[in-house]
Design a protein around this ligand. Structure first.
Ligand code: ZN
Length: 550
């Protein structure tokens, strides 16, 4: 049963004991050297008296945290060592954590409306993973240079995508690559890895990735595996609602095999079985991951805790064979009586798997679509839903949410796994796009609000670890993801009683509450709950190194 009362942090001295104030002599010496003389402030910033969760999963300790430049200069009792700073904030009663890592993001940082990443910062996120679902192109250095030149609000890292490699070489053809084409795809991946990609991403649910056999992806993942720390990131072939079904468990097995035979770690993106027919089946998928981990494959996953997905109308309503050759070929099949009859029949089956046309909610800039369901649009047009979908697709693909696709109970089970990280899977909306998935604004804060504060399903240290240290370990970072002296100062300070997602499906564009301060590389991106407009994020290459310029 969910608790009726939000959990309130215990008073000092019980759950959050003050750190032992005995300060090692060498540290005092270091600080005195840093200080130069006793009156000069030694640090740029002191965050005083917060309950520090360092990202390891250990209980909170009341500590002061000092920042100098872009690094954490000190953790402990600032008074005891006489440490002063140019700037001070009082964090008593607040939690001080590492900045959160969004392990599966679609943050748009390349355009002015998205560069600041405010929706993400207000959740405490300081780093986003991009180029996922098979969709990252291999011009990693050029993209990072663009970010470095224009500035970005959060740190960002990139994957090189299988779908991009396949489309660049084979186009939208539904066939295996020739030997030469496979070599060209390998070169595509290699170029991305050379420029600092974290690994290969796939979207085997999507086109043209879905046209690929498993062996093709293994071959490409072997190229990624030549680079230390490479991670295979997959939106797997069938999260449970694919058409025709490949199988929820078969799909997980395939993802593990690609990592295991390719020689990389594996992360399952937004991991959660889809469709009412898979409600309650999370333990079966989790068991496959556990078994792989036991035989030494580093397999993990990331989640958000919403029950809706967001993707595109074509993927949700048109079978893959009907899109072979691209959108022009698809429209030709819409216009041919033989193929149309089969498409229409299969679209009906696809809609049934997804809970019907009234569960597909558009998040598309077109005003006649945005905020309405496919069912509503079809009724307004006086058309059956499959025909309405085709009419939309003749113009362009459309962003759409699938409400109720995930089972909240499955989500709770998976949240408790020690290998489960956290993600938004969110794309910040473009100008004029009023409706978007609320996860863009609230994925991390919703997990904290519901699973930690309200339901007490997760402890604070465990939940924060799923957003910080767990990701840092997986990514092979040595400079971020924990609160430790000398690490980069990505820091989130939140109010454990106030933290809350405010975004809803009806009113999604509402920043989260309770994230009081957010530092990105030592600079305030959020201060006293307000965005500062700082663009302090940095592009990160594989293993967490900072992009040095192309
Ligand atoms: Zn995805």
């Amino acid at each position: 049963m969910p608790s009726a009362h939000p959990s309130i942090p215990a008073p000092r001295g019980t759950l959050y004991p003050r750190a032992r104030s005995a300060v090692p002599a060498f540290l005092v010496a270091v600080l005195l050297v840093l200080a130069g003389c006793a009156e000069e402030p030694a640090a740029d910033l002191l965050i005083l008296g917060g309950s520090v969760l360092d990202g390891s999963g250990s209980p909170a300790l009341v500590q002061d945290l000092a920042v100098t430049g872009d690094r954490i200069a000190f953790l402990g009792d600032a008074d005891a060592v006489g440490l002063q700073a140019l700037d001070t904030v009082d964090a008593s009663g607040l939690l001080v954590t590492p900045g959160f890592v969004d392990m599966h993001s679609h943050a748009v940082l390349d355009e002015d409306y998205g560069r600041g990443a405010e929706a993400f910062l207000h959740q405490g996120i300081t780093t986003v993973a991009l180029g996922l679902d098979g969709g990252g192109d291999n011009r990693i250095a050029a993209r990072m240079q663009g970010w470095a030149d224009a500035g970005i609000g959060v740190n960002a890292m990139l994957w090189v995508g299988h779908n991009e490699a396949r489309e660049a070489v084979v186009g939208m053809e539904d066939r295996p690559p020739t030997a030469d084409e496979l070599e060209a795809m390998k070169e595509y991946v290699r170029a991305g890895m050379e420029e600092g990609a974290n690994g290969l991403s796939s979207g085997l649910f999507y086109l043209p990735g879905n046209y690929a056999e498993t062996a093709e992806v293994i071959e490409l993942n072997r190229v990624a595996a030549e680079y230390p720390g490479a991670i295979y990131d997959t939106h797997d072939r069938d999260l449970g609602a694919a058409y025709p079904p490949f199988g929820y468990l078969a799909s997980i097995e395939e993802g593990i095999r690609i990592g295991e035979e390719g020689g990389t770690k594996v992360i399952f993106s937004h991991f959660n079985p889809q469709g009412a027919h898979n409600y309650g089946r999370a333990p079966e998928g989790a068991a496959l991951i556990e078994a792989a981990r036991e035989r030494g494959v580093d397999v993990r996953a990331a989640q958000h805790v919403y029950t809706a997905t967001q993707s595109n109308l074509r993927s949700y309503t048109v079978p893959g064979w009907a899109v072979a050759g691209g959108d022009t070929a698809m429209i030709r099949r819409f216009d041919h009586p033989d193929t149309l009859a089969l498409i229409d029949e299969q679209t009906r089956e696809m809609l049934a798997i997804r809970g019907g046309a009234h569960n597909l909610l558009f998040a598309d800039p077109r005003p006649e679509l945005n905020g309405r369901t496919l069912g509503e649009v079809a009724e307004a047009w006086g058309l059956p839903a499959p025909e309405a979908a085709r009419r939309i697709l003749r113009e362009d693909n459309a962003a759409v949410m699938n409400l109720g696709l995930y089972d909240a109970e499955n989500t709770r089970i998976l949240a408790q796994e020690p290998w489960m990280m956290t993600c938004t899977d969110g794309r910040n909306p473009g100008p004029g796009q009023n409706v978007t998935h609320p996860r863009v604004y609230g994925a991390f804060t919703k997990k904290l609000r519901e699973f930690v504060v309200e339901e007490e399903l997760l402890s604070w240290p465990f939940a924060v670890r799923s957003m910080t240290g767990l990701a840092a370990d997986f990514l092979g970072w040595s400079e971020r993801g924990y609160l430790r002296e000398d690490l980069k100062a990505d820091v989130t300070v939140l109010d454990p009683t106030e933290v809350e997602d405010m975004a809803t499906y009806e009113e999604p564009q509402q920043f989260s509450r309770g994230t009081v301060h957010v530092l990105v590389n030592g600079t305030f991106a959020i201060r006293d709950g307000e965005a500062t407009g700082a663009l302090a994020g940095r592009p990160l290459v594989r293993l967490g190194g900072e992009f040095a310029g192309s």
